[in-house]
Design a protein around this ligand. Sequence first.
Ligand code: ADP
Length: 193
Amino acid sequence: MNLKIGTSGLNLVIGNITEQETDAIVNAANSSLMGGGGVDGAIHRAGGTAILEECKKLRKTTLPDGLPTGKAVITTGGKLRAGKVIHTIGPIWKGGDCGEAELLADAYRNSLLLALENRIKSISFPSISTGAYGYPVDKASEVAIKTVIQFLEDNKGLDEVRFVLHSAHDLMVYEKTLQELIKHNRKQQDLQG
Ligand code: ADP
C-alpha cells in the first residue's frame, strides 16, 4: 500500500529490513547501542562488525551514558545494501500514561531529521517498540504513520519512507491505520467544503 505526500512516497511492505535497498534503514536499538535481539540483532548480524565498531566509538566519544529514548544516531550500513543505519530508541510500553506516544513520535521524527541532515533520500523503518518493548501495534502504528505524514508535509527532501513490517498481521494493522487516517482526512476536507 502506498500514499503520495507532496513529492514523497509513503510505502507499507512486508519483509526483512536488512534486505532493503533504501539509502538508510532504521534500527530499533537499545540505549547501549551494543546490539541486542529482534531487529537490532538481525541488523548487526547482516551488516557485520563495522556497525558495532562505529557504535562503540559513539559510546566512547559523545554518548558515554548511552543514547536516550527518542534520540537517533547514524552509522555505516557495513555490508548491508543500505549505506547507512540510523539507530533510534523507542519507549518501553508501560501502559500508555508515561509519555510513550511522545517518545515514540520523537524516535521517528529524530530519525527523519537525521536522514535529511545526511542527504538521505529513502529510508526504511521497522515497527519501533512493538517487539520486546511491548508497545501495542495498533497504537504504535497510529503514532508512527501520523508522525511520518506530518514530517513529510513539513519537510521536502525525502523521496520515500518505507515501513517494513515483519508479519502479515503487522502489515494488516499498519494498512488499516493508514486507511483510517486517509478516511478521516477526507471527512475533514469535506466538512471544510
Ligand atoms: P523493540 O525493542 O523496539 O520492541 P524489536 O526488535 O523487539 O524492537 O521489535 C520491533 C519490531 O521489529 C517487531 O515488530 C519485530 O517483529 C520486528 N522485526 C524483527 N526482526 C525484523 C526484521 N529483520 N525486519 C523487519 N522487522 C523486524
